[in-house]
Design a protein around this ligand. Structure first.
Ligand code: PLP
Length: 470
């Protein structure tokens, strides 16, 4: 499998090359040259595989430059019952016939990002070991991504994590998930400022090419192809769990922000998994819903982003969306690059009347958005009808999913976080505290390890220089 950039550079890269890279040199995103196509016999064989074996089969199509035994060992270490609470890894719960929740959030930080991040941790350690080098991951987080990355990289050889978070702005639960880690390769930097200040510091540090090269600064952001590849797996797992035979179709409802999760569903569908609909749900930040309804992609300014009760979907633009549009324009990199130049200068592009717009219906996407009151209402009705407490993001997905439900087509709603992470809104909706999974009872009272810093790139550079892997 060779990779190319959405903006045109024919890079001839392999999986192990794109694994450690952020953006392609031309500013685009890495894409496989073609999606692998599965035969009915492949699907039949995969139906009964355990999660790690299924992950191996899927990932090996995209990572064929890695020795098969090494890849198998990596997924076996990443997807254990110990880390994910059950051998199923992503168990399917049936609310009623034809309506299911796919539990993607039983990993160490109780959000779906753990699934990709645990694989990334294994893959990074493996790649660094093979090349005999080291890496220092620098990132900014408002909550979920940072803790998921830290839990995946904790104790890894040749790899340190420097994670910037807004001082005093995260929930005590989120802060404790990160700050309670005691591994010496994990560094929490609480920045006096807001999330945007953290992100700006990361940008400034990354713009210093000499510093970046000297300290081998890496990233774990959601555009990383290996994260996408690892997320394709659970669409297969969920499909097999919700159906009895491979001539059935299903719909997936996906709470969406940066378009990484649902784009993985698009890849699974393109590979031949019988997905009838990919139902995209946004919160009040409805950039993507607007696009799928109108054909107009209009990014928001930072000041236009609403802070909502499903905060992991509060986005101004959707980084992985470029990959989907690349497919829509028939993989014409010049056309794609022109569209993104237009977004950069005018904040918008309009596909109406183009062949790209005409290509959209065949991709199976439909969309909708959800508000705070929809969220509360959905949490209440799922609790009252099925006795299940769901988190706020999952509620957005279920709300929009039910609006697009079709008779005879099983609806699989992706659970992207557990309610314990968003206790305040659960209390508002139900008047009760969400249950805490075992092991999390006393999280906030564990000793914490964090350094408070100013929103100053030079100070952060000095800290990294003093503590980096050499
Ligand atoms: C990251 C996240 C999302 C959004 O996923 P994307 O891949 O960015 O679309 C949804 N829900 C939760 C809980 C998340 O952490």
């Amino acid at each position: 499998m060779r990779y190319q950039s959405t903006r045109g550079a024919a890079t001839e890269q392999k999986f192990s090359d794109v694994l450690l890279e952020g953006l392609a040199p031309d500013g685009g995103l890495a894409m496989p040259e073609a999606y692998p196509k599965l035969s009915p016999a492949d699907l039949q064989r995969w139906r009964t595989l355990a999660y790690p074996e299924l992950a191996f089969e899927v990932l090996r199509l995209f990572a064929d430059d890695l020795p098969a035994d090494d890849l198998r060992a990596m997924v076996r270490r990443a997807y254990t019952a110990e880390l994910f609470g059950s051998a199923d890894i992503t168990p399917l719960r049936t609310l009623e016939p034809g309506l299911h929740i796919l539990g993607l959030s039983n990993g160490p930080t109780l959000a779906f990002k753990d699934i990709a991040m645990q694989f990334l941790g294994q893959a990074f350690e493996y790649a660094l070991e093979r090349s005999g080098s080291t890496m220092n991951i620098l990132g900014a987080t408002s909550g979920d991504t940072g803790s998921s990355a830290e839990h995946a990289m904790r104790g890894k050889q040749r790899l340190s994590v420097f994670m910037l978070s807004p001082h005093g702005k995260m929930s005590p639960f989120q802060a404790a998930q990160m700050y309670s880690l005691q591994e010496p390769n994990i560094f929490n930097l609480a920045v006096r400022g807001v999330f945007d200040d953290c992100q700006d510091v990361v940008k400034v540090v990354n713009s210093d090419a000499a510093f970046k090269a000297r300290y081998r600064i890496g990233a774990v952001n959601s555009i990383n192809w290996a994260r996408i590849a690892a997320q394709i797996v659970y669409y297969f797992k969920g499909y097999f769990a919700a159906t009895r035979s491979n001539d059935e179709q299903v719909a997936f409802a996906v709470p969406s922000g940066n378009f990484g999760n649902i784009y993985a569903g698009h890849v699974a569908r393109s590979m031949g998994l019988p997905i009838k609909r990919l139902i995209l749900a946004t919160n009040e930040n409805n950039v993507l819903d607007e696009f799928f309804r109108t054909g107009v992609y209009r990014v928001r300014k930072t000041a236009e982003v609403f802070q909502t009760s499903s905060p992991s979907m509060d986005i101004s633009k959707a980084s992985n969306f470029e990959r989907y549009v690349f497919d829509l324009v028939g993989r014409d990199a010049r056309q794609l690059a022109a569209l993104w130049r237009q977004v950069e200068t005018t904040g918008v592009f309009d596909l109406r009347g183009t062949t790209a717009h005409a290509a959209m219906p065949a991709t199976g996407f439909v969309s909708g958005s959800s508000s705070h009151s929809d969220r509360l209402q959905t949490i209440r009705s799922v609790y009252e009808t099925y006795g299940e407490v769901i988190d706020t993001h999952t509620a957005d997905g279920i709300k929009v999913g039910l609006a697009h439900r079709e008779p005879g087509v099983p609806l699989v709603c992706l659970e992207t976080a557990l309610p314990a992470k968003f206790a305040e809104t659960i209390r508002e909706a139900l008047g009760i505290d969400p249950e805490r999974p075992k092991g999390f009872e006393a999280l906030e009272s564990l000793p914490q390890r964090v350094t408070v810093v100013d929103a100053d790139a030079e100070a952060v550079k000095a800290f990294v220089a003093a503590h980096a892997q050499t």
